[in-house]
Write a protein that binds this ligand. Structure first.
Ligand code: PLP
Length: 292
């Protein structure tokens, strides 16, 4: 069993149970801060530069003083140094606004092994239901305070959405805008195949600009596929040539079922997964069985 790692900016590694936040830290009082979750494979973070760049953009949107790129990269390295190459990990970088009365940002990193359910989903796919997000697809572009495209610490709605799914023995939800467009899942980007084009939802809708989908699209030509950004209604996904949820730690997992309707298994899934390099576990217990 690989023990979780915790590293604090300016202090280095500390035992994982060390208190590192003040009780009045705005990160816990308000969810006021930003974070990134990065896949660690072969002992190294994947797409670290892209995650650091997005974290800087998120912090700028929150007018938050994130330490510079070099300091954040060093903090990440402090956490992943010595991590066993054979253990897939999730590296979190966190920056909160710090104490309520003012003061420096609170900045730390955690690194822990990823759950077997996450790995199993790459092989087994996920069963998903649509769920209302309650905003129109254009709303967040016109309302910057809704923080579209920002990876802020306030993930209570995202986690509640997933708990709603788990309570119904589903694996995840796909958020849908009030005008009926599919947007994203609470922790992943929607990808689908239309003809010979891998498609995803435009970031103008306020979905998070995913690092995984960006990398996949930049390398899609290697799979003989085009790429496109477009709007889609959930019903169209059922007849698409395949649909997936993509995220750093999860990788690209096929949506097996949407709102009780089976989606076709895409012949492209193995090649996509191989291209991204997230290991797919051998046949075994289903993701759902592992959770129950
Ligand atoms: N959308 C949301 C809301 C997310 O939280 C995430 C994961 O961080 C993603 C999409 C996928 O982003 P990435 O591929 O950078 O992990």
């Amino acid at each position: 069993m690989t023990e979780p790692v915790v590293a604090v900016l300016g202090k280095g590694r500390v035992p994982a149970d060390t208190p590192i936040l003040r009780a009045d830290d705005l990160g816990v009082l308000r969810g006021d801060g930003v974070f990134e979750t990065i896949h660690v494979r072969g002992g190294k973070p994947w797409l670290l530069d892209e995650h650091l760049a997005r974290m800087a953009r998120s912090a700028a949107r929150l007018e938050l003083d994130l330490p510079d790129r070099g300091a954040m990269a060093e903090l990440a390295a402090t956490a992943y140094q010595g991590w066993p190459g054979e253990v897939e990990g999730a590296l979190r970088l966190v920056c909160t606004r710090g104490a309520e009365g003012g003061g420096p940002a609170t900045v730390f990193a955690t690194l822990s092994p990823i759950a077997p359910t996450v790995r199993a989903a790459r092989r087994d796919g996920v069963v998903v239901a649509t769920a209302a997000l309650g905003v129109a697809a254009t709303a967040r572009a016109e309302a910057p305070w809704l923080l579209g495209g920002v990876k802020a610490l306030s993930y209570a709605v995202n986690m509640a959405s997933q708990r709603w799914a788990y309570a119904r023995r589903l694996d995840d939800v796909l958020w849908v805008s009030s005008d009926g467009y599919a947007l994203e899942a609470p922790t992943s980007t929607l990808v689908w195949l239309a003809g010979e084009a891998l498609c995803t939802v435009p970031v103008e809708t306020g979905v998070l600009p995913g690092t995984t989908v960006r990398w996949l699209f930049d390398h899609a030509a290697a799979l003989g596929l085009d790429t496109a950004e477009r709007m889609v209604r959930p019903a169209e996904l059922v007849t698409a040539g395949g649909a997936w949820l993509a995220s750093s730690v999860r990788g690209v997992v096929p949506i097996r079922e949407l709102d009780g309707l089976a989606l076709p298994a895409s012949p492209h899934t193995p090649a996509i997964q191989q291209l991204l390099g997230h290991p797919t576990p051998p046949p075994g217990r289903s993701a759902k069985a592992e959770r129950s």
